[in-house]
Design a protein around this ligand. Structure first.
Ligand code: GCU
Length: 413
């Protein structure tokens, strides 16, 4: 661990609980003007204020202008996965921006289930071909990180990457439980590197002339990925096989940060799952443990807005903290998950983020987490807000999915 003050050669992180320090959090239910929130009507105004504060200081402002889309079905397979599902591939084409590549959406709808089917939706890390066991899914042609499993060459996917992250998406299990799965590659919206914005949606939307100036509130890549999730929601609303009112948005890690930001902005999304989203996701920023604001801003300068970097060395001055972001999901169901072997994401900080969102749920007469002590390993706790800290490393496992399916069965169906 390193000290929190002074100029550091290495960006900071900390694994020493003794150094976590003071945790005075901004009060969720007190407006910037000092007014105490006591009713749902007050909360509506506070909610709008918090959304704006997160946009200005953390993720950047999501351009509000509507964008014309075309949904082009490129293939339908009536007997996918040995007859378990109907598989569809749909391109979300940006009518006004022909140079932008489309978002390629992969959809599995269970055949033997009620229609329209409730949906698990989520972006994937390495292309649709990576998460499906089916060999006829076209390889993604977009930029991919060469570091991903060493199966890309010159930042393009190779045949070797087929099915590589299948384990993270137990498609058969999801379908057999009666849910559809809708997924797309996050790099279709913006390639995940410092200059990736030049070939993604941020090259045409927002103030494209002045990215990441030190003080500005331009949107970052996380904002762009979140925006893309909402465009997939636009598609879901048009597909009669999918129940747009029962979409559970799941995101892991950096995509988990984006999923929470999408879920708070887009109230069409019925429930949100943050899987190990860590710093800038579910974990409290003021808890100086694991990855820190300074560290994430230094390693990934393109993720957040320029102004977020001005808080690197003075996190206590941030007008918000992440429990207030999670609170914006209320009254909808929220699942926050950690892994014990992923201290980088700060499991305790993620638990506290979920815990301190409670007052917002209370305003709706709901119980959020409903417990205040950090649970033992592999124990799913909570009510409308749930939490677990499983054994194992930074990943998405069958244990995680078993909890998410039960959560969706109980709270979304
Ligand atoms: C890095 C990064 C995290 C992020 C993670 C991921 O570890 O520091 O903030 O969540 O990558 O996306 O897997």
């Amino acid at each position: 661990a390193q000290t929190r003050t002074g100029v550091l050669a290495e960006p900071v992180y900390n694994y020493d609980e003794a150094k976590v320090g003071d945790l005075t959090l901004p009060d969720l239910l007190r407006t910037t003007a000092g007014k105490q929130v006591t009713s749902r009507a007050d909360w509506a105004a506070r909610r709008a204020e918090l959304l704006q504060l997160f946009a200005e200081n953390v993720y950047g402002k999501t351009p509000a202008q509507p964008v014309r889309l075309q949904f082009q079905t490129t293939s339908i397979q009536q007997n996918a996965l040995n007859g378990l599902a109907i598989r569809k591939q749909v391109s979300i084409v940006f009518t006004d921006y022909p140079k932008l590549p489309p978002i390629e959406v992969l959809i599995y709808v269970p055949k033997n289930a009620a229609k329209p089917a409730p949906v698990f939706m989520g972006l994937n890390f390495c292309g649709n071909h990576c998460v499906s066991p089916e060999a006829d899914i076209p390889l993604s042609t977009r930029w991919v990180d060469n570091a991903i499993g060493e199966v890309s060459v010159n930042n393009r996917a190779t045949e070797k990457s087929r099915g590589m992250q299948e384990r993270r998406w137990p498609i058969d299990t999801i379908l057999k439980r009666g849910y559809a799965l809708v997924t797309a590659y996050y790099g279709d919206i913006e390639p995940d590197h410092k200059t990736g914005w030049r070939s993604g949606i941020r090259s045409v939307l927002g103030d494209t002339a002045r990215y990441n100036g030190p003080q500005d509130s331009q949107w970052g890549a996380i904002g762009a990925w979140a925006w893309g999730m909402s465009r997939i929601m636009d598609y879901i609303q048009t597909d009669p096989a999918l129940d747009a009112r029962r979409v559970v948005l799941m995101g892991h890690s950096r995509i988990g940060k984006a999923a929470v930001w999408a879920g708070v902005q887009d109230e069409r999304i019925a429930a949100v799952i943050s899987n190990e989203s860590g710093e800038g996701g579910a974990a409290l920023s003021r808890r100086w443990y694991g990855e820190t604001v300074e560290r994430v801003n230094t390693s990934f300068p393109h993720w957040f807005t320029g102004r977020y970097k001005t808080f690197n060395q003075r996190v206590a001055d941030l007008p918000v903290d992440q429990h207030e972001l999670l609170a914006l999901v209320a009254p909808r169901p929220l699942y926050v998950a950690s892994a014990d072997g992923d201290q980088w994401s700060d499991p305790k900080g993620e638990f506290m983020g979920a815990l301190y969102a409670e007052p917002a749920y209370k305003l709706y007469g709901k119980t959020g987490l409903g417990v205040t002590t950090f649970p033992g390993l592999n124990q799913s706790v909570g009510q409308t807000v749930r939490y677990h800290n499983r054994t194992g490393k930074h990943d998405v496992t069958n244990y995680d999915w078993a909890q998410y399916l039960r959560f969706a069965d109980e709270l979304v169906r």
